[in-house]
Design a protein around this ligand. Structure first.
Ligand SMILES: Nc1ncnc2c1ncn2[C@@H]1O[C@H](COP(=O)(O)OP(=O)(O)O)[C@@H](O)[C@H]1O
Ligand SMILES: [Mg+2]
Length: 364
């Protein structure tokens, strides 16, 4: 037994996005993995309406039971972080969190994975797991992400971005611009996740309804040419102890034919998709995917971790998206890919916390 002080870890989860429940399940996994001998654990849930509450660091309250997805329960005990570096200062209002060494913001989607919480933690001077403000925001927005990757010469498919202002000024021009991609195509909210608001559009007649569906999630939308007949391959990136990104073995998502694509139901509600870890890829193809995953991480300036998703066709590898806080339940792709690469779930959580403490906050 050494006398190293226990690190005070704040696990922050739930949140205002459509991925609230997935975040709860990810947090349950992380709370189970944190060794109480090494960490002093505080859990704070963000309610769907955005209020912060302190909750017991009890993972069993956050598991999915009988297919019902968990949500943060209102404990009635408010919690807050001040946007200024306060350490063990007297006279602060009740509920203000102090003396936190590191935060694990296991939040997916807007108001969490998009640079917003990262900005608050930078202001507070508290190190946190994962990417900083810029990379989080850039990766969250599918339009900006693709523009940055394309600018760096990385392979992404053709896309069209439609802002709220462009749509309200001239919807038919927007529909023409999207249609020029050719059909089938995909229409998506620019900043969402878990496939919410995404439609595969077979012809022009179905396009406007798909645009309006995506806009109901985000006024900013993106359309992409469908990559037909491709395999969906993912790769995990994790910083090594010096902060150098390493790629995991790859995995494949095999979507069952009764689903149009890897939609919300296939992801979470039924057995609509099979995860094959590691993927059965020719070694040169897997090498290429792993190389591109690390390049994408670097181009967006990611930190700590990312999951990079690909479409792989014979002779062609295309990057679909980069997730800076990928699903983190023990059966999620990211931890499973690292499991297949010799890093188990406990070690993954420890390494991410160590990486957060190594990088600290501020310009770096
Ligand atoms: N351009 C595309 N071509 C083919 N399939 C696509 C395309 N874009 C999305 N899909 C399908 O839709 C799913 C969700 O899209 P994605 O962009 O990954 O959104 P999310 O951020 O919600 O995961 C993908 O996993 C894939 O099955
Ligand atoms: Mg995806």
């Amino acid at each position: 037994m050494t006398d190293t002080p226990r690190r005070r870890v704040l696990v922050l989860f739930g949140g205002r996005s459509s991925e609230h429940s997935i975040s709860c399940v990810s947090a349950a996994g992380i709370l189970r993995a944190l060794d109480p001998a090494r960490y002093d654990i505080t859990a704070v849930g963000i309610l769907p309406d955005g209020r912060w509450v302190r909750v017991a660091a009890d993972p069993s309250a956050l598991d999915a039971v009988d297919g019902r997805l968990p949500i943060v329960a209102d404990s009635g005990e408010s919690a807050a972080l001040l946007p200024e570096p306060v350490r063990d200062r007297a006279g602060l209002p009740a509920g203000v969190l102090q003396g936190v060494d590191v935060v694990f913001p296991v939040l997916h989607g807007p108001w969490g994975e998009d640079g917003t919480i990262q900005g608050l933690l930078e202001m507070a001077g508290i190190p946190y797991v994962g990417s900083g403000v810029f990379a989080s925001a850039a990766a969250m927005d599918k339009g900006h992400m693709k523009a940055m990757l394309a600018h760096a010469g990385l392979p992404v498919g053709p896309w069209v971005l439609v802002t709220a202002r462009e749509w309200s000024a001239d919807p038919s021009e927007c529909l023409d611009r999207i249609s020029a991609l050719g059909f089938p195509l995909f229409v998506k909210p620019a900043r969402a996740g878990s496939s919410v608001g995404i439609t595969r559009v077979a012809d022009r007649g179905a396009l406007e309804a798909a645009v309006r569906e995506a806009q109901s999630w985000d006024p900013r939308i993106i359309a992409e040419a469908a990559v037909v007949g491709a395999r969906e391959i993912e790769c995990g990136v994790l910083a090594d102890p010096s902060g150098v990104p390493q790629a995991s073995r790859c995995a494949e998502i095999v979507v069952h034919p009764d689903h149009d694509f890897y939609d919300f139901e296939a992801k979470y509600l039924d057995d609509g998709a099979e995860l094959v870890v590691p993927a059965d890829l020719d070694p040169p193809v897997e090498d290429e995917v792993r190389r591109l995953a690390v390049r994408a991480y670097d181009v967006l300036d990611c930190e700590g971790l990312a999951r990079v998703d690909f479409f792989v066709q014979p002779g062609r590898v295309v990057i679909n998206e980069v997730n800076t806080m990928p699903g983190f339940t023990p059966i999620s792709m990211y931890p499973r890919m690292w499991g297949a690469s010799g890093v188990d779930y406990h070690e993954l959580v420890d390494r991410l916390i160590d990486d957060a403490l190594r990088k600290g906050t501020g310009l770096r």
